[in-house]
Design a protein. Structure first.
Ligand SMILES: [Zn+2]
Length: 559
């Protein structure tokens, strides 16, 4: 027993150490709010209004990164262009502590101070509002690996050649380069110059401007000419070949959708990416013109952890090994491509608003199936989605805090449940043309900008002329959805009796009916908190048609 206590104490001490603390606290949520507890430091670093953050606006990241596969290190220089939005002599940035700084340059720079995973850039004078400047930071090192996860994956392809991919969404872009790790501050442009050994190809976001060669290396100069989320900035290195798919966009303009695949997968990729133009066509019909034609549309075969995919703007990482999971399509590809609208074009203001990205991308999967295969197939797909809803944490997370691992498995409901919430809004609105018009208009009104959940709610209310606040409160801020308690008995007349009621009173303003189908017949019911009964023929199977009425839980009180 004593040994067990000692072992337990050691494990807790290790987990409580600086590196692991952010992850541990995620598993020890507050008992009342069911959300993680955040310390003073997390609130300081993650605050959108912290004066050391809010005093400057980043306009461009110009990132040169030398990728060294043998040492499994990067050596890098980043020029951060910024404009002052207030008077201040100190800027706060983020950079993971195990990346070593070689030099920092900026006009009137006094010194820098590192504290935990942040950088305080201290100037000799107050930089004045409106002033523009450049901060150049040279650094090197190995990005952090934690429990097999990282922002930079050093893998080998099937021919044992280097295959190196990046993705920073989970652990944070500050693990790869110095940045202001707040979602709302998107640079207006970005340059990614990736230097690699000469036999390898580097693919990043945006357009390939040029390739420069030395005797042993090649540098691929990519540029993004649009605002880009900080966690979307990425590069991938491997023995890539390019595939092109012709596409005519929603405005009749000829376009090309590109895919970079490993050379030995060219044939596989050619066939696989036949689906891309078809998916693009449906998504453009739903949400309007693809937002990044001037930067391009590209998919890249990647080696992210567990084969995961990632919505890197104009350079989507595909890691699921050419799987086809729905008829001739891959719904993850639908999901990632729809992020170009939901997440990349319209972006949440704070990481707490991530449901706007993941909920709409997940619902896009169902909308794509509806458009191509019909409503019933889409309803079945949504029903499946409801099986992996956790209902253990509110969808809206804590805002104004520094997240590590911000898409924690316990926050999985920002995907499936948020998708079901959006579907519930659609059912409650009961006006599909208006619902789809709202989705399209949102992409125009909030194009290339960041919005809060409250701004989205106001927009939805304004467009519909109704108040959907109770729905947003119930589905996003509470974690238990409406629950139908039911029991089924049989009477002597060869009838089945379904008894049903709401487990709790529905909040005022929520009008959620339920539908039971039995054979060919549909019964629309208006439950209360008192049990009511419905008689059905014994020989007919019955179903609660959740997707016709909106998302709720079913609880059989006899089981
Ligand atoms: Zn997603």
């Amino acid at each position: 027993m004593k040994k067990l206590v000692i072992a337990f104490t050691i494990i807790i001490s290790i987990l409580s150490s600086c590196k692991f603390r952010p992850f541990l606290k995620y598993y020890l949520p507050n008992k009342t709010t069911h959300l993680p507890n955040f310390k003073k430091w997390d609130r300081f670093v993650g605050s959108n209004t912290n004066s050391l953050r809010a005093c400057y606006d980043i306009t461009c990241y110009d990132w040169k990164v030398n990728v060294l596969p043998i040492k499994e290190e990067i050596k890098s220089t980043i020029k951060i262009h910024f404009k002052m939005t207030g008077d201040q002599d100190t800027l706060l940035l983020d950079l993971q502590s195990n990346l070593k700084i070689d030099a920092v340059e900026s006009d009137d720079l006094k010194k820098i101070k590192r504290k935990r995973n942040t950088l305080f850039i201290i100037y000799k004078r107050n930089l004045k509002r409106g002033e523009k400047s450049i901060l150049t930071i040279s650094y090197h090192g190995k990005p952090h690996v934690l429990l097999g996860n990282s922002t930079l994956f050093w893998e080998k392809d099937k021919k044992n050649r280097p295959w190196i991919c990046t993705s920073t969404e989970g652990m944070g872009p500050d693990q790869l380069f110095p940045c202001k790790n707040l979602l709302y501050d998107e640079p207006d442009s970005c340059f990614i110059h990736t230097q690699v050994p000469k036999d390898l190809t580097a693919v990043a976001n945006g357009k390939l401007d040029s390739i420069t060669n030395s005797t042993t290396t090649s540098t691929y100069h990519w540029s993004v000419h649009n605002p880009i989320n900080i966690y979307n900035i990425s590069f991938n290195v491997g023995n890539y070949v390019k595939i092109k798919k012709d596409y005519t966009d929603i405005n009749g303009i000829p376009r090309v959708i590109e895919a970079y695949v490993l050379d030995y997968n060219k044939e596989l990729g050619e066939k696989y990416y036949d689906q891309a133009p078809l998916i693009m066509k449906e998504l453009e019909k739903l949400y309007g013109s693809f937002p990044w034609w001037n930067d391009g549309c590209r998919f890249i075969e990647t080696c992210l952890k567990d084969g995961s995919c990632m919505e890197h703007q104009s350079a989507i990482s595909m890691g699921d090994n050419y799987a086809i999971n729905y008829m001739n399509f891959n719904t993850t590809l639908v999901h990632e491509l729809s992020h170009e609208w939901w997440g990349n074009n319209l972006t949440g203001y704070d990481y707490a608003d991530a449901w706007l990205h993941e909920g709409f991308a997940t619902y896009s999967e169902a909308l794509f199936i509806e458009a191509v295969f019909g409503k019933q197939k889409s309803a079945n797909y949504l029903n499946n989605t409801s099986r992996w809803v956790g209902n253990i944490r509110p969808i809206i997370k804590t805002s104004d805090v520094a997240y590590k691992c911000w898409v924690n498995p316990k926050d999985g409901d920002i995907y499936g449940k948020a998708s079901l919430f959006i579907h519930t809004l659609r059912i409650a609105l009961n006006d599909d043309p208006l619902f789809f018009e709202i989705l399209k208009t949102a992409q125009v009104k909030f194009a290339k900008s960041n919005i809060t959940t409250d701004q989205f709610l106001s927009f939805f209310n304004e467009k519909t002329g109704k108040d959907f606040t109770p729905y947003f409160d119930l589905y996003l801020k509470e974690f238990t959805p409406p629950t139908i308690e039911f029991s089924i008995t049989q009477n002597s007349d060869n009838k089945k009796i379904v008894n049903y009621r709401w487990a709790q009173e529905l909040p005022k303003g929520i009008d959620l009916k339920i539908i039971i189908s039995s054979g060919e017949k549909y019964y629309t019911l208006t439950p209360s908190t008192t049990f009511q009964s419905l008689e059905l023929p014994l020989d007919q199977k019955h179903y609660f048609e959740i997707m016709k009425t909106g998302y709720y839980l079913l609880k059989d009180v006899n089981n």
